[in-house]
Ligand binder design. Structure first.
Ligand SMILES: [Fe+2]
Ligand SMILES: [Fe+2]
Length: 252
């Protein structure tokens, strides 16, 4: 049975053709870069555009906040209400993406089976349920603050773009369960950090119930992280020990 660590027809390395490799090295010394300068030109260009007064997005005008909310967010000073809503928008986007990603993992597990030390169907299903519940919790919170959970905030946009690669890994037909879990480790690390900041922000609201609900979500993320870490480790070790079946590979 083949696993992705089986030696195959990978021709990406220069060592595949030592004769051509010599020519490539010689060519690199003969042909100078096509344009003058170094990487500072790239940095200067990035800096030039970064200095323009243009953001990846804006927040909906604060005037849309309802009266009830105003009372709640009055506890927060200055820009804090908008920062909180931006951060909540980000969490909403990421938890939604996270629940879909875990559904994708579940599909791989159903198709390929799990591996020694890997997740059970129930464990993955439970994480999916957690993420979906987090999504609803954040949406409810945004509504409670009188804001619109359907608005894409700047940070929601940033995180949406950042998680594109994770979605590509999980949905790629050539990746197996272990590959998908590598991507989910990135997602869960982000989940954990983001809830930490959010909890600090909502503490300013002076609402113990919200803080408690967010801390519960944070605790769930800590559980997800330790599980995914263990699964990733098990998958790598199993592969190192030559157990091809351990990768959730299709039987063939
Ligand atoms: Fe979550
Ligand atoms: Fe999570």
């Amino acid at each position: 049975m083949k696993t992705e660590t089986t030696a195959g027809m990978n021709r990406t390395g220069m060592d595949m053709s030592p004769i051509d490799a010599k020519e490539v090295v010689a060519g690199a010394t003969v042909m100078p870069p096509s344009s003058a300068g170094d990487e500072s030109a790239i940095a200067n260009l990035l800096a030039h555009y970064a200095r323009r007064d243009e953001r990846v997005g804006t927040m909906p005008p604060p005037g849309t906040l309802k009266g009830a909310v105003k009372a709640a967010v009055q506890a927060l000073k200055g820009e804090a209400p908008l920062v909180l809503l931006d951060k909540l928008g980000e969490r909403l986007a990421f938890e939604r993406a996270g629940s879909r990603l875990w559904k994708g993992v579940l599909a791989k597990l159903d198709a390929l089976g799990s591996f020694e030390g890997g997740p059970t169907r129930e464990e993955v299903e439970r994480i999916y349920q957690d993420e979906a519940a987090h999504f609803l919790l954040v949406a409810t919170m945004i509504r409670r603050l009188g804001a619109d959970p359907t608005a894409e905030t700047p940070l929601a946009d940033v995180h949406g773009v950042a998680s594109c690669g994770l979605i590509q890994v999980v949905t790629d037909p050539r990746t197996n369960l272990a590959d998908a879990l590598e991507a989910m480790l990135v997602a869960e690390l982000t989940d954990n950090d983001a809830w930490d900041v959010l909890i600090e922000l909502v503490q300013g609201l002076g609402d113990a119930q919200i803080v408690a609900q967010f801390q519960e979500a944070r605790a769930a993320e800590a559980r997800h992280l330790s599980l995914v870490r263990a699964w990733v480790k098990a998958s790598v070790l199993a592969r190192a020990h030559g157990d091809g079946r351990s990768m959730g590979m299709p039987a063939s």
